[in-house]
Write a protein that binds this ligand. Structure first.
Ligand code: GDP
Ligand code: MG
Length: 598
């Protein structure tokens, strides 16, 4: 059939098992870039990805491949992120593929996200090829990794491929396995167009760029297309494929992956998960699309300069194109003015959104303390959900409260078992299961409040297990809790944007930590600034930022003028990242700093 020589697959694995490095080898083999211009983890092209060494966005690429028997293929593959916050990126990639390379690091074995990503691939009936990576390393244990693939994953390890993505070992065999074992896509280019929008991005020069997997039919310039979700119609300007750069093509046909530009002015017309069809000959029904993702962490963002509100709104809209999991609505605060209440998939997601708004859209913003969504039972019988401390009802109206819980699954070498169990207990966790996967590895299952995981759980887990424990979670539901609203006062006044809902048992410690961190973050000013933590009218913690002793410039007395100017400029730079709250300057990251473990 016409799609016989197309293969669509994704690369999935636990974080750091080598997905992006393997993608590099595939791209290099296909000579999409010459060796001189090659940089490692070439698909991780966002600044944040390169700095943090992690993949945040799924990236699609099309490469040619000529098999041993001389047949030419078109391979479309997607490199995916491994972090638990970005599972949504993985599930969307999976929906546009027929197969998956499931990488397992031979020095680490099967980890928490190896399992969860495999289940995602199985749910979508993908052909899974197990790939054992990092076989070049001295610590590689291929036999035990094979055992884990059979035992923990229930996959046949006999035909697992042995690879070193870094050194390029086993890549030829891998290519052959891809074309032999992954099924060709179904579909016919004579049927009416049916294409899935699996991603999108905004280009300042070319506008909205829609990423498509064509399931049926064909799409080409001049054609009138319709988005099935809202019936918006546009004329296609160009289509093409991802070869690192966008490469124009005469058309995209059934089975293929590529992009479309259609002069889309209304950014909100485009929805990831929507089906694109031919406006003149529409298909009967839309493709299944994606499960709605529910945000679990909420925080408000405000422009540092209140005049930038409209610009921030515009930026959020454009960012949402490329990050369909971001949700937001209007919000306002007495202290910070107009802004947006946003929902995120986790704390890392929140940080990524903050950085992308700053770097890609040049926005100067301030985030409020993240919160989960609480369920509150009122005395009058009503039941409400609250994720914003400013909407927390009066104590007197509240009957009881519940907070979201997760089922946390932790895989660890037995050596760290004791320390991890104490950490989970400290975080109000209750153990529900413990399974020895083999002599050296245990899987622990805990019920834990999501709010505890948001703080420093992940960092602590990594540090007490020297990076060896892996962690995954699902939200399970609500359980009773005791909540208080913790207010923070600066200069004697409550700053609404700094209030937090906290578990009663943690309130004193939290108040103390917040006050200490704020003391360290708020720059000294001409006057003394008291910082207080309070529940209602009761002050439970206090710190002070002392007044500036001298003008900073005084230090430069007699010094040269350029140095003085530099200092002034630096201060101005700093100012941009400060928000005036009453007469106190609050640094942009004061809120996030509160959350980070020391
Ligand atoms: P990802 O998170 O799955 O995308 O993993 P990366 O591709 O970013 O790789 C994580 C780290 O493992 C990087 O430092 C890579 O250089 C290293 N790495 C990946 N594959 C191999 C391999 O085959 N051998 C060795 N020795 N290191 C590898
Ligand atoms: Mg990666």
């Amino acid at each position: 059939s016409e799609t016989a020589h197309i293969r669509n697959f994704c690369i999935i694995a636990h974080i750091d098992h080598g997905k992006s490095t393997l993608a590099d080898r595939l791209i290099q083999k296909a000579k999409l870039v010459d060796d001189r211009n090659f940089q490692n983890q070439i698909l991780d092209n966002m600044d944040i990805e390169r700095e943090r060494g992690i993949t945040i966005k799924s990236q699609a690429v099309t490469i040619p491949y000529t098999s041993k028997n001389g047949q030419n293929y078109e391979l479309n593959f997607v490199d995916t992120p491994g972090h638990v916050d970005f599972t949504y990126e993985v599930s969307r990639a999976i929906s546009s593929c027929e197969g998956a390379l499931l990488l397992v690091d031979a020095t680490q074995g099967v980890q928490a996200q190896t399992l969860s990503n495999m289940y995602l691939a199985l749910e979508h009936n993908l052909e899974i090829i197990p790939v054992i990576n990092k076989i070049d390393m001295a610590a590689a244990d291929v036999e035990s990794t094979k055992h884990q693939i059979e035992h923990d994953l229930g996959l046949d390890a006999e035909h697992a491929l042995l690879v070193s993505a870094k050194q390029g070992i086993g890549i030829d065999e891998l290519f052959e396995a891809i074309v032999e074992r992954i099924p060709a896509p179904k579909g016919s280019s004579d049927k009416p167009l049916q294409a899935l929008i699996f991603d999108c991005h905004y280009d300042p020069y070319r506008g909205v760029i829609v990423h498509l997997r064509v399931f049926e039919g064909r799409i080409k310039p001049g054609m009138k297309i319709r988005f099935m979700n809202n019936n918006a119609e546009y004329e296609v300007e160009t289509v093409g494929v991802f070869k690192l750069a966008l490469v124009e093509q005469p058309e995209l046909r059934a089975g293929s992956v590529g992009y479309m530009i259609a002069g889309i002015k209304t950014v909100s017309d485009v929805r990831v998960g929507d089906t694109v069809t031919d406006a003149e000959h529409p298909c009967e029904k839309p493709l299944p699309g994606f499960k709605e993702v529910k945000p679990v962490v909420f925080s408000s963002i405000y422009p540092v300069d209140s005049n930038d509100y409209e610009e921030l709104k515009d930026s959020l809209e454009k960012l949402k194109l490329n990050d369909a999991s971001l949700v937001y609505e209007k919000d306002s605060s007495a202290a910070l003015g107009f802004g947006f209440r946003c929902g995120f998939l986790g704390l890392l997601h929140l940080e990524v959104v903050q950085e992308r708004l700053e770097r890609e859209f040049d926005q100067s913003i301030i985030f409020t303390a993240p919160s989960v969504k609480y369920k509150i039972h009122l005395r009058n019988g009503e039941e409400i959900y609250v994720d914003n401390p400013t909407e927390y009802p009066d104590e007197g109206k509240i009957e009881s409260a519940e907070e979201p819980y997760i089922r946390a699954s932790i895989i660890t070498p037995t050596t760290y078992l004791g320390a991890i169990m104490s950490l989970c207990t400290e975080k109000r966790g209750v153990q529900t299961n413990m399974t020895y996967l083999d002599e050296k590895r245990v899987e622990l299952v805990y019920e834990m409040p999501l709010a505890e995981v948001l703080f420093d759980f992940y960092d602590k887990l990594k540090s007490i297990s020297r990076g060896y424990a892996s962690f995954d979670y699902d939200i399970t539901g609500y359980k009773p809790t005791e909540l208080v609203k913790l207010d923070i006062l600066l200069n004697g006044k409550v700053v609404d944007a700094l209030s937090q809902l906290v578990y009663k048992g943690n309130a004193y410690e939290r108040a103390r930590t917040i006050c200490e961190r704020l003391r360290d973050e708020i720059p000294r000013q001409q006057f003394k600034i008291p910082i207080q933590g309070a529940i209602g009218s009761q002050i439970i913690a206090r710190e002070t930022v002392n007044a500036l002793r001298k003008d900073v410039l005084a230090k430069c007395y007699g010094g040269d003028i350029t140095r003085k100017r530099k200092l002034l400029e630096k201060q101005k730079e700093g100012k941009k990242r400060m928000k005036m709250v009453g007469d106190v300057e609050l640094p942009q990251n004061a809120f996030l700093a509160v959350l980070k473990s020391k």
